[in-house]
Write a protein that binds this ligand. Structure first.
Ligand SMILES: Cc1cc2nc3c(=O)[nH]c(=O)nc-3n(C[C@H](O)[C@H](O)[C@H](O)COP(=O)(O)OP(=O)(O)OC[C@H]3O[C@@H](n4cnc5c(N)ncnc54)[C@H](O)[C@@H]3O)c2cc1C
Length: 236
């Protein structure tokens, strides 16, 4: 394809997206120490927050024709606000965008989708994830408690971040040190030590694709039926 035709197509695609973008205002940016987890409060006047009955994700514009999904951990329909947690320990367009955000600026998002994760009628919910799914797991906690028993393990690599997690939140989620690259072995070991019953325990897995896929396999091998394992892969 000729370069000029490619440029024209790119411009057209850009304009199509631009017309659909909605604004959100950055109310606060908080960096965990070390600053690879970034916590961002947003005001989203045009979001239909009152109808977020499943864990949503927001597709933000993080660069030219570049979009990344982030999960609101909690939301308030009255004030039209929510908080997202971005794992920015790696180099990527989303990480770079998150590191540059400042209080008071306006960001854009393309749409708000659903992961279709919502509490099911059961006696125990177990959530398993990594740093990128911290928001997802905290959102699940808010939806599940106090009606259902809730617990889970969250891979957090940095020791100080593991301490901060307990300081910042009241949560039955337990930070677990990463003993393998993607974290599924560490989480499986953690699950086995909990001695969960096979019946009525529903697992929610979210985070990196390898962790989610491998953890699902390991749980299936332990005898958990597929209907009791909900998965949402985030990145690979
Ligand atoms: C439904 C959904 C919800 C999501 N919610 C969140 C959220 O709340 N918070 C969040 O941080 N992410 C979330 N993600 C993941 C996020 O959208 C991006 O895919 C991810 O952050 C990487 O974007 P990036 O541009 O920084 O890196 P990319 O440019 O996509 O990747 C660059 C490199 O970094 C690696 N990489 C990507 N992410 C990570 C990571 N977290 N840790 C280590 N290496 C990585 C990739 O394998 C690649 O090699 C979500 C994804 C989905 C699908």
């Amino acid at each position: 394809m000729e370069i000029s035709t490619f440029k024209k197509l790119k411009k057209k695609a850009g304009m199509l997206f631009e017309n659909r973008l909605q604004p959100a205002r950055v109310l606060e940016v908080r960096y965990w120490e070390p600053s690879t987890i970034i916590e961002i409060d947003l005001h989203m006047p045009f979001a239909d927050i009152a109808n977020w009955n499943e864990i949503p994700y927001i597709k933000f514009k993080v660069g030219d024709l570049t979009f990344r999904d982030y999960t609101p951990s909690g939301w308030d329909a009255e004030t039209q606000t929510c908080t997202i947690y971005i794992d920015a320990a790696h180099e990527g367009a989303g990480s770079k965008w998150a590191r540059m955000l400042e209080k008071g600026e306006t960001v854009s998002y393309l749409n708000i989708g659903s992961t279709h994760h919502k509490p099911v009628a059961t006696s125990a919910v177990v959530a398993l994830g990594d740093e990128s799914s911290m928001g997802h797991l905290l959102a699940l906690q808010k939806m599940v408690l106090p009606n259902t028993r809730f617990s889970g393990g969250l891979i957090i690599d940095n020791e100080h971040h593991r301490k901060l997690f307990h300081e910042y939140f009241w949560s039955p989620l337990e930070p677990v040190a990463r003993g393998d690259i993607y974290g599924h072995h560490s989480l499986m070991e953690w699950v086995l030590n909990q001695h969960y019953s096979l019946e009525n325990t529903v697992f929610y897995l979210a985070g990196n694709n390898t962790m989610v896929t491998q953890l699902r396999k390991l749980l299936r091998n332990q005898g958990y039926p597929s209907g009791q394992i909900k998965v949402q892969g985030f990145w690979s």
